[in-house]
Write a protein that binds this ligand. Structure first.
Ligand code: HEC
Ligand code: HEC
Length: 367
């Protein structure tokens, strides 16, 4: 009897180990990857930042500047103009960084107009020099700050349009006056938290759960759209300077926030990273934005009553595996409700503030 009592804990432990082992094996069969590498995660984050920056520079700043509709100036608030591309990126990164999801990003340069944008450490300085010489590769390293390890990556920020060069070269505070189109003018620095528990130095091989990578992508998209909606569309409409129109290309108008997101999504697909996102709804104005399959239908129905957490799943297309997250898209401002309820093609006319109007689908390749 006594012996049995002594053996029970052992038996129990063995059974528990066996069960644990079998569930681990079940939830992680050999062909299922554990996550996305730090380098690929940084590539995805950078791809989304870059696509948002290009959408803003080309379809807003350049187009409205060339047509004489509206200028872009540093003191945009006072002068009722458009914020600079760098200011747009900084507002958006500030909003995303404030959310406290761990991933952070910012703009820096070796020749900054604003002294706040100098590289704070020798490594960042070396990284900026390296991407200026070799713009095809990001500069990456691993660093410990306050006990937490971070994977950091610097990607080059290039003069993609003539206005980048002419404005910087002529700016009284610019320390460099001979930028040419195509030059690297600075860099986008991305920080990814790796955690505390490392005995040795972590590396590129560190894997991020796809749920977390999807959250990073979603956070940047949300921040870009919110900055665009608030500081561009709502501000300029309320001051009767420009208005947003579905037919923005013909009208010298601003594109709608949904169109800003869709333009960014097209640019991301063109980058060939396999990353994608879409705005869909059970009540779409544009039928193209209806759910495409059962997963999307279920996801939209689920986030409609569980809006806090995204609906996630894995799909296989051909031999490739993808991870998908569907995030609730809320009516965050009265403009969302008013425009959708009044739109002749909207199948739903009783949206209220903070209702779930649809979902943002983020798709990541995992294998
Ligand atoms: C109309 C003027 C103007 C245009 C156009 C412009 N910039 Fe800037 N840029 C600035 C100013 C002013 C700052 C400093 C903003 C601040 O206060 O942080 C800045 C900041 C930057 C920074 C951060 C380092 C620094 O200089 O402070 C980079 C990098 C940068 N711009 C690159 C670009 C690129 C690339 C483009 C084109 C896509 C561009 N800029 C277009 C005026 C401009
Ligand atoms: C001025 C009108 C207008 C405003 C303001 C507006 N939308 Fe839309 N929205 C549209 C139009 C038009 C489309 C269809 C775009 C297209 O052709 O794909 C759309 C598309 C969408 C879609 C994709 C499904 C669909 O209906 O085609 C969602 C989701 C959505 N908007 C949510 C929002 C949210 C949330 C807000 C506020 C943050 C908002 N919209 C603000 C007009 C508007």
């Amino acid at each position: 009897m006594n012996r049995l009592i002594f053996k029970l804990p052992l038996l129990f432990t063995l059974t528990a180990l066996f069960l644990l082992h079998s569930t681990l094996v079940q939830s992680n069969p050999s062909e299922e990857p554990a996550g996305i590498s730090a380098r690929r995660t940084a590539d995805f984050v950078h791809g989304v930042i870059e696509a948002g920056r290009t959408t803003y520079s080309k379809t807003i700043v350049d187009r409205l500047g060339k047509s004489g509709s509206l200028k872009t100036t540093e003191n945009w608030k006072q002068e009722n103009t458009l914020p600079l591309p760098a200011q747009f990126l900084m507002m958006s990164s500030h909003m995303s960084n404030q959310r406290g999801i761990g991933m952070r990003y910012r703009l820096m340069s070796l020749w900054p107009i604003n002294p706040k944008n100098v590289p704070p450490s020798q490594t960042e300085k070396r990284g900026l020099k390296q991407v200026a010489q070799n713009p095809d590769q990001p500069f990456t390293w691993v660093v410990q700050k306050n006990g937490v390890w971070f994977y950091e990556a610097i990607y080059p920020d290039k003069a993609v349009v003539e206005s980048c060069v002419s404005c910087h070269n002529q700016h009284p505070k610019s320390p460099k006056t001979d930028f040419k189109i195509g030059d690297v003018m600075g860099g986008i620095v991305i920080d990814l938290p790796l955690g505390r528990r490392f005995n040795k130095k972590p590396s590129d091989h560190f894997l991020f759960p796809p749920e977390v990578v999807a959250d990073y992508v979603h956070s940047i998209l949300e921040s870009n759209r919110a900055v665009y909606a608030k500081h561009i569309v709502e501000r300029l409409e309320s001051r009767k300077i420009l208005s947003a129109s579905e037919h923005w290309e013909q009208n010298h108008a601003l594109m709608l926030p949904a169109q800003f997101l869709m333009n960014t999504s097209r640019l991301i697909r063109e980058q060939g990273l396999g990353l994608n996102f879409q705005l869909i709804s059970l009540w779409p104005i544009n039928m193209k934005n209806s759910p495409d399959n059962k997963f999307e239908q279920m996801g939209l129905e689920t986030v409609d009553y569980h809006p806090i957490r995204p609906y996630t799943g894995r799909i296989k297309i051909g031999r490739k595996q993808f991870f998908q997250s569907i995030y609730a898209d809320l009516a965050v401002s009265p403009a969302c409700v008013e425009c959708h309820n009044a739109h002749p093609k909207s199948p739903k006319r009783d949206f209220k503030l903070l209702d779930v109007m649809g979902g943002v689908v983020v798709t990541l390749p995992i294998r």
